[in-house]
Structures are given as structure tokens and as C-alpha cells.
Design a protein around this ligand. Sequence first.
Ligand code: NDP
Length: 256
Amino acid sequence: MTEATAPRITANLEGKVAIVTGAGRGIGRCIARTLASCGAAIACVDVNVAAAEETVSLIQAEGGRAAAFACDVTDSEQVNSVVDAVIRQYQKLDILVNNAGITRDGLLLRMKDEQWDSVLNVNLRGTFLFTRAAARYLIKAGGARIVNIASISGLMGNPGQANYSASKAGVIGFTRTVARELASRQVTVNAVAPGFIATEMAHALGEDALKQIRERTPLGRLGEPQDVADAVLFLASPAAGFITGTVLRVDGGLAE
Ligand code: NDP
């Protein structure tokens, strides 16, 4: 697993304030560092606050601005109070990246209620709760951005992931609807659908499965967190101001 951190596109996010959920590791950490390297102040949100604090230290060492916030994205009260705390600290909010997500894989016939509920709660309810709490501040920002991290599993399905695919398909439907609701306030709302990305989540699949994935992926490799972070940076940037309600696949051609 590599931790590339330098964005390969440029954008000016000076003066912007961003929330990134699940910023303690993996793709979320890379998104936080990437947006920070372009000048945004980052609220690094994670259920594991020590991990979020590590991300903040990395950003600060790279000359960026960031603060850590402990929050379980499934808990409405925690979400509301974190968004309020971010506003108290930074006085505004321009960008929300709903990245926190989990898998609890299993075939349908053996899937436990808990596997279904926990994945739907973190991936879909968490995205809803943060978006609802942030929306009233985003509409005041002028040209604000919401980027939701979905998955190609939500587009094409994946055996063993009925819960995860349903949650990510839900995120895509949610994205398209909120894009329409917030368009008149110049808030754009888009989703990024990664394929298999080299993080702890993907490595949990095991080496045999990863070998098959590499073979099935037209570009012949897993993605890196930076591949996703660069797509998020583009959608969060001023350059993407006329793009809303889209799903951008970052999957090496896998879902085509
Ligand atoms: P990781 O498991 O590496 O990181 C997820 C982060 O989210 C962790 O820091 C985790 O904290 C945090 N988190 C989990 N549950 C909660 C919660 N309830 N509240 C707040 N934070 C929480 O995942 P990835 O970086 O791989 O994935 C990031 C996103 O990208 C997810 O939405 C995932 O579904 C999506 N994605 C990933 C793909 C991949 O191949 N890696 C492919 C397609 C989509 P903790 O460390 O405590 O668990």
C-alpha cells in the first residue's frame, strides 16, 4: 500500500473550508491532504479521533491547516454538533466530502441483520446526516461543493456485497436528488465511484481476490488513494462549476 500525497492537478482552494469524513486513513486521509495542499482548511472527521489527529499532523507538517473532530457519522447528534463546531472554528463551510464507509461482506443467504444495518447506517445514513447538517451553511458559501464517495459496486453489483452495493447505489440516488435540490443555490453535488483502491478495505479481500481484480481491470492494476483524491479535487474545484449530479468512475475501466 502506498501513501502518495501530491495531487497531479492544480486548483486554488485558498480561503475554502472543507469537511472530510473518514479522514483517519485510506482514501479519506489522502483526500484531506490533497485538498489541504491546495489551500483549503480541513476538518478531519473520524470515529477514530487519534487517526484523524495523525492526519492533521501530516497536513500541518506539509504546511496546511486542519483540525480533528471525533464523530460517528451514524449519530445525528454528533454530526450536528461537529458541523456546528466546524462553523464556530472556521466561520464558514465550502466543501463537504462524505467518504466514511465500511464493508461487512457476506453472501445474501447468510447475511445477518447486523451486517445489513451497519453498512447502510455508515455509508448511506452517514452521508444523509452530514449533508443535511452541512447544507444550510453550504448554501450560504456561494459555489459550494458536495462530493460523495460511492463505489462501482453501487453501479454494477458485486457478489458478497448486497449490503454495500445497496448502500452505494443509495448514495448515487441521493447525490442525484440533492444535486437537483441545491442547484438553485449554486451548490454542486457529485459522486465519485472508485473501483478497487489499494487501502486496508481492499487488502481485507485477500491476495487471491486482488490478483483476480487486477486481471479483470482493463488498466491492469488497483487504483491508489491519490487517483480518487485527484477526482475529488477536480469536482471540488472552481473548474467543475457546471458539473452536478454526475457519477465519476475512477476504476481503471472495470465497470465499463
Ligand atoms: P478505510 O476502511 O481504509 O477507511 C475508512 C475510514 O472511515 C476509517 O478511518 C474509518 O475509521 C472511518 N469510519 C468508519 N466508520 C465510521 C463512522 N461510523 N464514523 C466516522 N468514520 C468512520 O476505507 P477506504 O479508505 O478504502 O474507503 C473510503 C471510502 O471509499 C469508503 O466510502 C469506501 O466505501 C469507498 N470505496 C473504497 C474502495 C476501495 O477499494 N478501497 C472502493 C470503492 C469505494 P476506523 O479506522 O475507526 O474504522
